[in-house]
Write a protein that binds this ligand. Structure first.
Ligand code: FAD
Length: 438
């Protein structure tokens, strides 16, 4: 009998998602060839590789990472880790970003991933091509990449894992009259540390994780901060004197900012903490029958694969999740699809499921830009993927700890990171008594 050839997988990006994809592909040598990881920078880690520079790399590509100097994780390491690779015990629960970068380097070392990474190689084009096979017209993927020295290369693969990260391309909502603003306009992508903001008046737009964290950092160096947002009031440490205001709705001709409640203010700096756009410059959305907007990619079956091309996988496009756990489940599901362990529904059925799900969310009042937020729904999603893919789902204790962290964060967005946790077993965690500093 003719030996079935092994599946060739391309992975775009050597951040946490790409490394996770490579780790699991490498664990199944009977089915998969070693993967090829394309990484446009000269390092692994993606977001977690801190870059002091802003703007562009020497090769002209935009700086990828949005990490800031003093960032500590907003999830404890107990629910941040890949399920098969814990962080070091001696580390506190909430880590400085350098510890996460070291963790990813160790992960790479343990699973022997580094020599499969093509550094300084940007993927420029990914294109589906049909190939007649004895099984009848399976899709192959053409991946065109370019190395820093300008050399272009074309390779073909049976599957592509898109792991290019979704926190690099600043989302800048339009503010009418913005051209009148006389101060400096920045996005959190280019924020590194608070010192340049000392004694300045800053209006921070958006009160998600970065907006709140950066406001606290700025207030600590004596900036006069107004946190502008249209979510419920955030509980902030009173001594810092951060004011909260409704959303900025326009800039007046004299350069002052106008809030939704009609009040106006002047500011030296307008800092957008308004999230990031999806950006897949190497794909042609229409070719994949995908609608790719700034804040939405659809339709993706199980938030992962386009129904018309079920061998390209978009890892980690969901928001408000435990990213590493999420990547791990999505990668295992994707590999189960490629291994034939999961029999996918027909294209039409997958499309109907996705549209139905999106419609249900919209009927509940979820805005378009929030359709990919999972938050509490992530746990059911992982169970679903695990059941279909026949792998062990994340432990119940993770959900319980996730909820506890949310409570603590809402109570005190500055001090929650001083707490330390320990997982006791599959269902229980405990708070450690003496908070330890890193
Ligand atoms: P990335 O880490 O962005 O990696 C993508 C990689 O793809 C990069 O190395 C990039 O160079 C490469 N690439 C892109 N395009 C191409 C191309 N065309 N060709 C070749 N290579 C390419 N998560 C948490 O779990 N806890 C936290 O506390 C937390 N804090 C965060 C704070 C900030 C400021 C940000 C921005 C994110 C934070 N996250 C946090 C989320 C974080 O993004 C994820 O944890 C995770 O690192 C994302 O991994 P990724 O592999 O999807 O993307």
């Amino acid at each position: 009998m003719k030996r079935r050839s092994r599946v060739r997988v391309a992975v775009i990006g050597a951040g946490a998602a790409g490394l996770c994809a490579a780790r699991h592909v490498l664990s199944k040598p009977e089915t998969f060839d070693p993967p090829v990881l394309f990484e446009m920078t000269n390092h692994l880690g993606g977001t977690w590789f801190y870059e002091e520079r802003v703007g562009t790399y020497d090769n002209g590509y935009p700086i990828h990472s949005s990490m800031y100097r003093d960032l500590r994780t907003n999830l404890p390491k107990e629910i941040m880790m890949f399920p098969d690779f814990p962080f070091d015990d001696h580390l506190p629960s909430f880590l400085h970003h350098t510890s996460v970068q070291q963790y990813l380097e160790k992960y790479c070392e343990k699973y022997d991933i580094a020599h499969h990474i093509k550094f300084n190689t940007v993927v420029e084009k990914v294109k589906p091509i049909s190939m007649a096979t004895e099984t009848g017209g399976a899709v192959t993927w053409e991946v065109i990449s370019r190395s820093t020295c300008g050399e272009q290369n074309m390779q073909t693969f049976n599957s592509v894992f898109v792991c290019n990260g979704h926190y690099s391309d600043p989302h800048l909502p339009y503010i009418p009259g913005i051209e009148h603003f006389k101060g400096k306009v920045l996005h959190s992508h280019s924020y590194r540390h608070p010192e340049p903001f000392t004694n300045k008046s800053v209006v921070v737009l958006g009160a998600k994780a970065s907006g709140v964290d950066i406001s606290i950092e700025l207030a600590q160096v004596n900036a006069q901060v107004i946190l502008s947002h249209n979510t419920p009031t955030v509980s902030l440490p009173p001594p810092l004197g951060i004011r909260q205001a409704s959303a900025v709705v326009g800039v007046l001709e004299d350069g002052s900012l106008q809030f939704q409640d009609g009040s106006v203010t002047r500011a030296d700096i307008l800092l957008f903490c308004t999230g990031y756009n999806f950006n897949f410059p190497f794909l042609s959305p229409s070719e994949l029958a995908l609608d790719i907007q700034d804040l939405l990619v659809a339709p993706l079956y199980k938030y992962l694969l386009p129904p018309s091309f079920p061998s390209i996988f978009f890892i980690g496009i969901c928001k408000i999740i435990c990213p590493f756990i999420h990547f791990d489940c999505q990668v295992k599901f994707a590999l189960a699809v490629l291994e034939g362990l999961i029999k996918l529904p027909t294209q039409e059925e997958m499309e109907m499921e996705v549209h139905g799900e999106m419609q249900r969310k919209q009927d509940k009042g979820v805005q378009m830009k929030h359709l990919l937020n999972l938050d509490r729904d992530q746990w059911g999603y992982y169970l679903d993927l695990a059941k279909m893919g026949q792998f062990t789902p994340p432990l119940a204790v993770l959900e319980s700890l996730y909820e506890e962290v949310r409570r603590q964060r809402q109570k005190d967005p500055q001090k929650y990171r001083l707490l330390n946790y320990r997982l006791i077993d599959a269902t229980q965690w405990e708070l450690l008594e003496a908070p330890s500093e890193q």
